[in-house]
Design a protein around this ligand. Structure first.
Ligand code: SAM
Ligand code: SF4
Length: 478
């Protein structure tokens, strides 16, 4: 087996660093504040720091790093579930193969287009494509056709400009096919890095721990350089998982030549056909925020993604601590966006709040979400926190990916592109989809951050593009 995860070493680090002194924690945080990341031993120290004063310092350092590297931007996206046919029997997922009560669907290309149109009309520009694993039904041809369909749909002034993919571990050949379709990030979650737990939680092809763990190696071999990691928190001890994530990230950087572009932090949520419950490994809100903060300090240049599995209050705190991308107004049911639109009066998707945590009319989803707010409501709360919602897709479209992206991101140059691009894409949103409330708050925040663009030339160029957006031009970026 490749030396990606060293379980023994993880346990050893956790026991060697138990009850760290205040001085040791401060030393580690001082190293973290250099924005060069942390080694595994340093990460273990932070994991074991539980004193309220130590926790506060961890949160403060993470917030500072988030602000320094990512500034005020928060990138928004939504998942698009295309097929829930699945041959795997994952204990935690509503789509598991032995769930006979679940009615399964694989969208036709015209249905994929209809879902895409709904997402565009909500203001989205980025989707995360989701499929169950079913080699006969969810073939690579079907997946590639769906990507092409999504990119082809136009509605009003909008279109989807970046398709990220979350499909099961596959072959180099299939990853080559994805590469040709111009995907954004290839995301695959290990679910749990703990081999024994992994094997107990899965049946079917996904039960092969090695196949899952080495998927990013094969994706890299196929030429993909923009890849995401993740753990499903609640399956095993989060202390272990965070160290394993850091080991995997380190492996990717050293051996594959490019670190993970993103780390996702899904936390288990109940679902109608799922008997599993996290029991002793349940991650509390406080620990969840702590692990996000630790990851922010440990891998500062890797984007971090949160989903609507989390309630609005937890999301708001997580945005300050290190999250750089969030899903908004998601449904996790195949065909769910069209279904939701049919159930609501015209345009209600953008205006009417529903009860958080219910997703009452999308009961066939992968799990029950905890943030059911429409996009505009999410945007309003993001603005209230002083953050700018960004729909930017510039980097991958002009080839700033992989090592090239990291070269720019690391010295902090990312601000030069990201701030104006966030402003421009948010201005587009306000023109085309924004409610009166979002427009009022948004225009003020745009002015505030325009003033912070250091280079006079860049500021002037941004102002010119903003005027062009107001007069109807779209998709302007640096
Ligand atoms: N089917 C592919 C796979 O398993 O790799 C694609 C991803 S699946 C559609 C998306 C992710 O949802 C899974 O990787 C898993 O981490 C997460 N997930 C599944 N069931 C969940 C649940 N009950 N609560 C929270 N997240 C869940
Ligand atoms: Fe299938 Fe993915 Fe759900 Fe597992 S997590 S049952 S592979 S859709």
């Amino acid at each position: 087996m490749k030396a990606i995860i060293d379980e023994k070493r993880i346990y050893q680090l956790l026991s060697e660093t138990s009850r760290p002194s205040h001085e040791r924690v401060e030393d580690v945080l001082a190293t973290g504040a250099e924005k060069k990341g942390l080694n595994s031993e340093e990460v273990a120290v932070l994991i074991n720091a539980n004193d309220p004063d130590q926790l506060k310092k961890i949160f403060d350092t993470a917030s500072w790093i988030k602000q320094e590297i990512y500034g005020e931007r928060l990138v928004l996206f939504a998942p698009l579930y295309v097929s829930d046919h699945c041959v795997n029997d994952c204990a935690y997922c509503n789509f598991h193969s032995t769930n006979e009560n679940h009615r399964r669907r694989a969208l036709s290309q015209s249905e994929v287009a209809a879902e895409t149109k709904c997402l565009i009309d909500m203001g989205h520009k980025r989707v995360l494509l989701e499929f169950g694993e079913d080699p006969d039904r969810n073939t690579i041809d079907y997946i590639c056709d769906s990507i092409r369909t999504i990119y082809s749909v136009k509605s009003g002034n909008g279109n989807i400009r970046r398709v990220n993919i979350n499909i099961a571990a596959t072959t180099v050949e299939n990853y080559r096919r994805l590469k040709k379709e111009d995907i954004g990030t290839y995301q695959l979650f290990q679910e749990t890095y703990h081999r024994e737990t992994f094997e107990a939680m899965h049946k079917g092809p996904k039960a092969d721990y090695e196949r899952q763990l080495t998927a990013h190696d094969r994706a890299r071999e196929a030429g993909l350089d923009d890849m995401g990691l993740g753990v499903l928190f609640g399956l095993y001890d989060w202390h272990f998982e965070v160290l394993a994530l850091v080991q995997h990230a380190d492996y990717m950087e050293k051996v594959l030549g490019v670190g993970p572009h993103t780390i996702s932090v899904p936390r288990f949520r109940p679902a109608p056909g799922v008997a599993f419950s996290p029991k002793k490994y349940e991650v509390s809100d406080e620990d969840f925020l702590k692990l996000i903060a630790i990851l922010r300090i440990a891998v500062p240049y890797t984007g971090m993604i949160i989903s609507t599995r989390e309630a609005p209050a937890v999301r708001a705190k997580a945005f300050q601590l290190g999250i750089s991308q969030a899903s908004a107004a998601s449904v996790t049911e195949v065909g769910g966006y069209v279904e939701r639109r049919q159930l609501e009066p015209r345009n209600a998707v953008a205006q009417e709040p529903r009860n958080p945590g219910t997703q009452e009319h999308v009961s066939g989803g992968q799990f029950i979400g905890a943030d059911d707010r429409p996009v505009d409501e999410v945007i309003n709360s993001v603005l209230d926190e002083g953050l700018i919602p960004s729909f930017c897709t510039a980097c991958y479209r002009i080839g700033r990916t992989g090592t090239h992206f990291m070269e720019i991101a690391k010295p902090g140059d990312i601000h030069n592109f990201c701030r104006p691009n966030a402003i421009l894409t948010f201005a587009e949103y306000l023109e085309d989809y924004g409610s009166a409330e979002a427009k009022e708050k948004g225009v003020k925040l745009i002015e505030h951050y325009l003033a912070k663009i250091d280079s006079p030339k860049l500021k002037e160029e941004t102002l010119i593009r903003l005027a062009q957006i107001r007069s109807g031009k779209r998709d302007l970026y640096f």
